[in-house]
Structure formats: structure tokens, C-alpha cells
Design a protein around this ligand. Structure first.
Ligand code: UD2
Length: 313
């Protein structure tokens, strides 16, 4: 019998890329579980293979438990992302990222799921004195979002230790690529930068633009999720960085994007955001060694592919 794989947040930006990567393997039926709060049906348009979209909210245990029951693998990506959104409006993000996350792990345990891959966040590190950031460093969350995502790692490891549910946490670094929605002030910065290019307007950079991020292309993250789902039992209960291993300042990235697009739009600068991390870069050693992580897409290639996608809209 073909195995069932569930992707929570499967109609979202990263979730829909993961759904595509899973269906390309051709060995599973995929269920995208999404409440369509930020996910969109059109993110799954043109996807070929056995896919079902189930509209349900992870906070509603009775709604998700039957969908998850009997799955071989669950990728838990559903969340309310954004550091500044969680600072401005912490209750919804707490409910989804913490309470909803707990309901997903509970349903996975009750439903006999073989393995859960949990989308954690690089924000758990906060500001560290040393770069790159390695999994053995003490977590230091600086925002509600970072604390919520860190709680998910703890629950992943607790469900493994107490109940034997196989879990792996991947700390996603700053993921970018096609289908990242630029429409909110809380959207990922590279989607906003691309929108600015398309509209011919200058972006606002919060702070001096010298903050740096390990921008990681979405297909590389989707590939690592699949590797984490297939790795041996020694990875269970553990946390791995899901980054590219490089870091670029916002000023550098905006410069590169203008060059690629052949435009000149000097950025405006505004005050730094509360809860913002200054520098972020993944140490990929453990993910490479234990999960076979092999990021393929450079920042420039990823920026070109993303801009090409924005041009199709
Ligand atoms: C955090 C996490 C990331 C992921 C993400 C989910 C870190 C280092 N990274 O991303 O792993 O979990 O949350 O939401 O914590 N900015 C501007 N102008 C804009 C928008 C953003 O300058 O119009 C700045 C922003 O202040 C920040 C940088 O761009 O310094 C990146 O912001 P972001 O919202 O794209 O992602 P970030 O780093 O909060």
C-alpha cells in the first residue's frame, strides 16, 4: 500500500515546495493540511500526483486527528511566522505555534505516525557571540515567536523520550523562493525586496542594513526535510540546523537584486525592529554528516529564480 504523508501548512510557501518535492519522488500519497490563513490553494496549482488538500486548523484536535492517523510521516510546518508579528500580537502566534503544535504531536502519537519532522526556527539562537551558530549553543530566544518555536523542539524531543514517537527538529534559517507571499509588512524580507523591484519602489531596511542572514533557498530546505524523514533512528529527538551555511547582509542582498534586475533604487532606512537578531549563519556540519544535507542553490541563483517567478505574476 502506498504510504500517506501529511504536510501541515502544505498550502503555504515552504509547505507547497515540500509537497512538490514529495510528489516528485512518486512513492506516497500526500495530504496538505492547511487552514488557508496564510496558505493558498493556488500555491498547489499545477501540482501533479496523488494530492489531497484538507482544510483544517491545527488547534482543533478532533479536526486534525483523523487526517493524521495512519500517516507514515508528518511534516509539521503550519505556523504563524514572523518575529515582529509575534511581538505586536503574541496571542494568535502563541495559540498556533505552541498549542497547535502540541495538538499535532498528540495526534501523531495517537495516530501511530512513524516519524515527525518539525519546522523549528533559527530564531531560537538569539544573538550569539560566535558565528556560525551550532546546535550545541544555548538557546536564547529574543521574541515570542522564537520562544514558541523553541518550545516545539522541546516537545519533539519529549514525545520521542516519553512516548517513542520518532521526531526530528530542523531549525529553518531564512528561507526564500517562489510563492513567498510579499503582501504583509510581516512577510519575509526577500519577498518584499522582490515586490519592490517589480513595482519600481525603494524598500525600507530596518536598522543599518548590516544585519546578516543565512538566506536558504526553499528547495534546499524541502530536500533536507525529506532527508530527515528517511534518516536512521539515531537522528530522533535531535535538532539540526537547516541553513545554507553562508550569511549576507541586507545591504549586500539589496545591491545584488538591483544588479540582477538592472535597476537602481536606493533603500530607505528605518528604526531596527524589536526582537530582531543581528547576525544569523548556520553551522551545517551536523546536518551534512548525519542527514546528508547538501544545499544546491547559491544566493544569486535563488534570487534569480525568485525574481523570475515574481515576473510571471
Ligand atoms: C526569523 C528567523 C527565520 C524564520 C523566520 C520566520 C532569525 C534570524 N530568523 O526571520 O529563521 O524562522 O523568522 O518568520 O531569527 N527587514 C527589513 N525590511 C523589511 C522586512 C524585514 O529590513 O521590509 C529586516 C528585518 O528587520 C530583519 C531581516 O530583514 O532584520 C529579516 O527579516 P524577516 O522578517 O525576513 O526574517 P527574520 O530574520 O525575522
Amino acid at each position: 500500500m502506498t504510504k500517506k504523508i501529511v504536510v501541515t501548512g502544505g498550502a503555504g510557501f515552504i509547505g507547497s515546495a515540500l509537497v512538490r518535492a514529495l510528489l516528485a519522488r512518486g512513492d506516497a500519497q500526500v495530504v496538505a493540511l492547511d487552514n488557508l490563513s496564510s496558505g493558498k490553494r493556488e500555491n498547489l496549482e499545477g501540482v501533479e500526483g496523488p494530492l489531497e488538500l484538507v482544510v483544517a486548523d491545527i488547534c482543533n484536535y478532533d479536526g486534525i486527528a483523523p487526517v493524521i492517523a495512519g500517516a507514515d510521516t508528518v511534516f509539521h510546518l503550519a505556523a504563524i511566522p514572523s518575529v515582529p508579528r509575534s511581538v505586536a500580537d503574541p496571542i494568535p502566534s502563541h495559540q498556533v505555534n505552541t498549542d497547535g503544535m502540541f495538538q499535532v504531536f498528540r495526534a501523531c502519537h495517537a495516530g501511530g505516525v512513524r516519524r515527525v519532522v518539525y519546522a523549528a526556527s533559527s530564531s531560537a539562537y538569539g544573538d550569539t557571540e560566535v558565528l556560525p551558530k551550532v546546535e550545541t549553543m544555548r538557546a536564547n530566544p529574543l521574541s515570542p515567536y522564537a520562544a514558541q518555536k523553541l518550545m516545539g523542539e522541546y516537545y519533539a524531543s519529549v514525545f520521542y523520550n516519553c512516548y517513542g514517537l520518532e521526531t526530528v527538529s530542523l531549525r529553518f534559517f531564512n528561507v526564500f523562493g517562489p510563492r513567498q507571499d510579499p503582501s504583509s509588512p510581516y512577510s519575509g524580507v526577500l519577498s518584499i525586496f522582490n515586490k519592490c523591484i517589480m513595482e519600481g519602489v525603494s524598500p525600507t531596511i530596518y536598522g543599518d542594513g548590516e544585519q546578516s542572514r543565512d538566506f536558504t533557498f526553499v528547495t534546499d530546505v524541502a530536500g533536507l526535510c525529506i532527508k530527515a524523514s528517511l534518516a536512521g533512528p539515531e537522528v530522533c529527538g535531535k535538532v539540526y540546523n537547516a541553513g545554507n551555511g553562508n550569511r549576507y547582509t541586507l545591504n549586500m542582498v539589496w545591491e545584488t537584486l538591483q544588479k540582477i534586475a538592472g535597476v537602481s533604487l536606493p533603500a530607505n532606512y528605518g528604526p531596527a525592529r524589536t526582537g530582531d537578531v543581528k547576525h544569523s549563519q548556520a553551522d551545517t556540519t551536523a546536518a551534512v554528516r548525519e542527514l546528508g544535507h547538501a544545499p544546491q542553490v547559491s544566493l544569486e541563483e535563488g534570487l534569480r529564480a525568485t525574481l523570475d517567478w515574481f515576473r510571471t505574476l
